[in-house]
Design a protein around this ligand. Structure first.
Ligand code: GAP
Length: 513
């Protein structure tokens, strides 16, 4: 299926996701709750399949990675030690005319991307003009427009990095002013000052407010892994290097959350902390960068829709960090972060708790606090990427259109639809027999309503790889028609072959091998 059919309008994707039971606005009968979403009957299956694939890829395929399921509530000291109480902030700015609130750092990054885009356009233009004789390297070094824009980006980048490092909100505002950034809604430059805003949700434990303590809804799952480092080490027979993986909910009071399930206040992370010997962390950082990029490609994302983005500003404890970005309908944005976090978190928890969080390395005959390379991916963002990548409106040869979600088969919510051609003559009973056999292996869907054409279209729109049709001949020859979602080709096969055919097509190993 060609890429031209891909739908790139986020609104269309949101409408399709709602109409076909993938994603609903939360508590919609009360007009919804900002930046919170519910997953419908097919969304929950897609989510489960992505999560399961991540878990299998990380835990099942790596003997040196084990799983964990830590509680959402943690001792409040956890968040003091991790630095979240004091420094888990976003710099925010309001436009006084539109009354819209933005993240100052995002406004600046977007403005820098626009300048970089100008350089790319300039190069493309020259490439078209000069054809084969075009010397790109020379052009980049000599063209006055390119040089001016390159210098502009470098200057802003240096100022931006320093402002973030110094938490200098006045300077962030000044960069916004100097870049002449306008509010996309009001079109004006009437900005407030930039202020810091802590993103953690807090609540109380205990029935009586006075006696209770403030606790937080975890803003990342990673800390549950750090505080369990010793428990896992002492009970799992793992030796360094080894990893602990976890999938779970995280909560952030995001102020700017306007891109559907891309940025929400309640979301799920799939994180893995890989504990290594100090000094080997860069090697592991490179390895995990490659491994995770290959995983994203295995979801069917084109190489051109993925890129690595090196962090401009490293957290003070990190010595390397990179984002894997996907080309969402609103541009390249982070889907996963890979961070070399040194021994910061374990050391902080060791200091705060007074418990030794160390590893005795028999080869070196010494104890140390291990270094950590983290891979942290958002499950909801991955769902959005998979939906965006799969949603196509295709023009057919007869002039009609069909909407299809061409999910990789192992991720499809429904694997096969069982369809009796008509609702009589014993066809439903035969179809039920097939359904009752296949449902032990896969989620299948039985449907006898509407014309067969309409039923095919509905399954295409849900992303079902196979439609199995039972007709009158089935009753005598024990064969059915199996229709492939992507090619729309129909083949007549023996009922006894169905388990094998469907099973092979939806096998997740195909993605990793
Ligand atoms: N433990 C590291 C950590 O939490 P992060 O870059 O803040 O790093 C990791 O988050 C991933 O979690 C992101 O790449 C993104 O996919 C996902 N994520 C973060 N905030 C999110 C939000 N508000 N809504 C949805 N996903 C989010």
């Amino acid at each position: 299926m060609s890429k031209e059919n891909k739908v790139t309008d986020l609104q269309d994707i949101i409408s399709h996701a709602k109409e076909y039971g993938f994603v609903f606005p939360s508590s919609e009968i009360y007009d919804g709750l900002g930046a919170v979403y519910d997953y419908g009957q097919y969304g929950v299956e897609l989510k489960k399949n992505i999560q399961e694939y991540w878990w299998k890829s990380m835990v099942q395929l790596h003997e040196n990675i084990v799983g964990l399921d830590a509680a959402i509530f943690m001792h409040p000291k956890t968040w003091k030690a991790s630095g979240h109480v004091d420094a888990f902030n976003d710099p925010l700015i309001d436009n006084k005319d539109s009354k819209k609130r933005y993240r100052a750092d995002v406004l600046i990054e977007e403005a820098m991307t626009k300048i970089e885009d100008k350089i790319t356009k300039e190069v493309d233009k020259a490439e078209k003009k000069f054809g084969e004789t075009f010397d790109k390297a020379m052009f980049l070094q000599t063209n006055p427009n390119v040089l001016r824009n390159k210098e502009k980006v470098a200057t802003i980048e240096a100022r931006f990095k320093k402002a973030l490092e110094d938490s200098n909100m006045d300077e962030l505002k000044q960069i916004i002013v100097d870049l002449e950034i306008v509010c996309p809604i009001s079109g004006t430059r009437n900005w407030t000052e930039v202020r810091q805003f802590n993103l953690m949700f807090s609540t109380q434990v205990g029935a009586i407010a006075d006696e209770s303590e403030t606790i937080y809804l975890r803003p990342e799952t990673a800390q549950g892994i750090f505080v369990n480092f010793l428990n896992v080490l002492n009970t799992s027979r793992q030796r360094i290097p080894f990893g602990i993986a976890q999938v779970g909910k995280a909560f952030r009071n995001e102020v700017v959350a306007r891109q559907f399930i891309f940025r929400t206040r309640e979301f799920e992370q799939m994180e893995m902390q890989f504990f290594v010997r100090p000094g080997t962390e860069m090697e592991w950082f490179e390895k995990w960068k490659e491994t995770r990029m290959a995983w994203h490609k295995s979801l069917g994302f084109a190489e051109a829709d993925l890129k690595l983005h090196k962090h401009i500003k490293l957290a003070f404890y990190a010595n390397a960090a990179v984002d894997i970005e996907y080309n969402f309908p609103f541009g390249f944005k982070e889907i996963e972060g890979i961070h070399s976090r040194t021994n910061h978190d374990l050391t902080q928890h060791q200091n705060m708790s007074g418990k030794k969080l160390q590893y005795f390395d028999h080869e070196l005959n010494e104890s140390y606090v291990p270094y950590v390379v983290e891979t942290s991916i958002g499950l909801n963002r991955t769902i959005l990427a998979v939906l965006s990548n799969s949603y196509k409106v295709e023009k057919l040869e007869d002039g009609t259109e069909r909407t299809v979600l061409n999910f990789p088969p192992f991720l499809a919510p429904i694997k096969a639809a069982i369809l009796p051609l008509v609702k009589k003559d014993g066809l439903p009973e035969k179809a039920r027999e097939i359904m009752n056999e296949l449902k032990f292996d896969h989620l299948c869907f039985y449907d006898e309503k509407d014309s067969i054409g309409k039923r095919y279209r509905r399954q295409d729109a849900l992303g079902t790889p196979f439609c199995i049709t039972v007709d009158h001949d089935t009753l005598t020859d024990n064969k059915v028609t199996i229709r492939d979602r992507d090619t729309m080709k129909q083949e007549r096969v023996d009922i006894s072959e169905l388990r094998r055919i469907v099973g092979e097509k939806v096998d997740w190993r195909k993605a990793v091998k």
